[in-house]
Design a protein around this ligand. Structure first.
Ligand SMILES: Nc1ncnc2c1ncn2[C@@H]1O[C@H](COP(=O)(O)OP(=O)(O)O)[C@@H](O)[C@H]1O
Ligand SMILES: [Mg+2]
Length: 439
């Protein structure tokens, strides 16, 4: 992509309305534009990151045996009357009427609809387990939308739903998602800690929030430092087997959000030097809730003995659009964003220091082609901006690598390469620069 053709409306000034760094940087880097409170248009740079995150989530869901569907954003209120949630959900639900005066709503989540889809065809334990997910926009009329995409009203979520014949099998489904979540956040360069969450009126011990630590997090969290350092199990696993041990390794360590925190237990279970009290951002949330929806909505399956019972269900959410902000909270410096390689909007920013100079233009073309041939996605700054402004923009938008090409280097047969994350620089011929980037 050539910057002269791209749409990158960077802001020179720090927007006054943005209270946290990710919101400021997303506005300054021209990633999003607010269209109404908590409702954003995704501009090209932001959209590229959103799509990368979405792709990682999709890959890890598929690997763990979940199957993608796409449910609509608008739902019939009648479906929610079956579960009783139409009246319970409250002011966060956006209610709409169509021309026939039928009650609709913009989905804040999809338990009811997926249960309806499931019950329309699945009858027997032989068809289980099943895990259906989609990546779709949600609307929740939050009282206080804030922090940009971190707490929006319209936001993109991956929500998945598991169906099993009994609790033991449902726990295996839960474990698979638990492990898949650890892997997917790790692939985005995040350190995440699963923390026991309140299961509310449903009860039980199976609900975890996946939290990344950041000063600007909305909630206070407490955990054993070793949990954060432990890292992800990796993808080379028997996904059809029981992953309970991997889950137990982590859930045996203390980790709790403010609502679940017990200071006495914390002090008893965690050595003083390992006690971590920090702010956290919730980037995912998983639940096992049994027959909460399947019973009232009559999603019944026959077991091996022929008797029918309600399917045992769980739900699994990832805040896809929130992750764009969360990753920035976790990875930035004074100059701007520092994208982890896996979610970067482009892999390399090539800076042409003298557009219009035939030799420099040709060297930039050569570099661009060579990068593309390596499967990398470059952004070529071919604009007439001052050098200082070009460097500032590249640092702001945070591409993992910068390649600076100017007349002096061209005469000497070298380019200047910079690693955004560390600030390291190398002056070297193009082939070596390419080798350095491909690592
Ligand atoms: N208003 C929002 N804006 C952006 N992302 C959100 C919002 N609400 C929830 N999410 C993301 O979706 C995930 C699943 O949502 P869920 O746990 O159902 O929501 P909540 O924790 O608000 O009840 C959350 O972990 C979070 O990452
Ligand atoms: Mg939650």
């Amino acid at each position: 992509m050539r910057l002269s053709r791209f749409f990158l409306p960077v802001l020179k000034e720090t927007p006054a309305e943005a209270q946290i760094v990710s919101h400021r940087l997303m506005l300054r880097a021209g990633m999003i534009r607010q269209e109404a409170a908590g409702i954003y248009a995704w501009l090209p740079l932001g959209l590229r990151v959103l799509k990368k995150i979405e792709a990682i989530v999709r890959e890890e869901m598929n690997r763990a045996g979940a199957v993608e569907i796409l449910m609509p954003t608008l739902q019939l209120a009648d479906l929610w009357r079956e579960s009783g949630r139409y009246d319970d959900y409250g002011a966060e639900m956006l209610r709409i009427k169509d021309r026939h005066e039928r009650d609709l709503l913009y989905g804040p989540t999809n338990e009811e609809m997926v249960t309806e889809i499931f019950r329309s065809s699945v009858r027997s334990y032989k068809d289980l387990p099943k895990n259906l997910y989609h990546i779709q926009w949600k609307f929740r009329d939050e009282q206080r939308p804030r922090f940009g995409v971190m707490r929006g009203r319209e936001f993109l979520m991956k929500d998945g739903y598991s169906f099993d014949i009994d609790e033991a099998s449902a726990r295996r489904s839960y474990s698979r998602m638990f492990v898949a979540y650890l892997n997917l956040y790790a692939r985005m360069g995040l350190k995440v800690a699963p923390m026991r969450a309140d299961t509310g009126p449903i009860g039980g011990d199976l609900s975890h929030e996946f939290i990344i630590l950041a000063e600007t997090g909305e909630s206070q969290v407490f955990c054993d430092k070793t949990l954060v350092e432990m890292g992800a199990p990796g993808t080379d696993l028997d996904w059809d087997g029981d992953l309970a041990d991997l889950v137990a390794q982590r859930t045996s360590l203390y980790a709790a959000t403010e609502e679940m925190h017990d200071q006495a237990r914390f002090e008893a279970e965690v050595a003083a030097e390992n006690r971590l009290c920090a702010r956290g951002i919730e980037v995912g949330h998983i639940f096992y809730f049994g027959d909460k929806y399947s019973r009232p909505m009559k999603a019944m399956v026959a077991g091996p003995d022929g008797t029918e019972r309600p399917a045992q269900m769980g739900s699994y959410g990832v805040g896809v659009s929130r992750l764009v902000g969360a990753i920035i909270e976790a990875s930035h410096d004074e100059a701007g964003i520092i994208w982890p390689d896996t979610v970067a909007p482009f892999d390399v920013g090539v800076i042409n220091m003298r557009p219009g100079d035939a030799a420099v233009d040709a060297a930039c073309q050569e570099a661009y082609k060579a990068l593309t041939a390596k499967g990398l996605d470059p952004l070529l700054d071919d604009t007439a901006e001052r050098a200082g402004a070009k460097f500032a923009t590249m640092d702001l938008i945070g591409l993992p690598w910068q390649m600076v090409i100017g007349p002096k280097g061209v005469a000497e047969g070298v380019v200047e390469l910079k690693r955004r994350a560390t600030g390291e620089r190398w002056t070297l011929p193009l082939p070596q620069a390419l080798a350095q980037i491909s690592g």
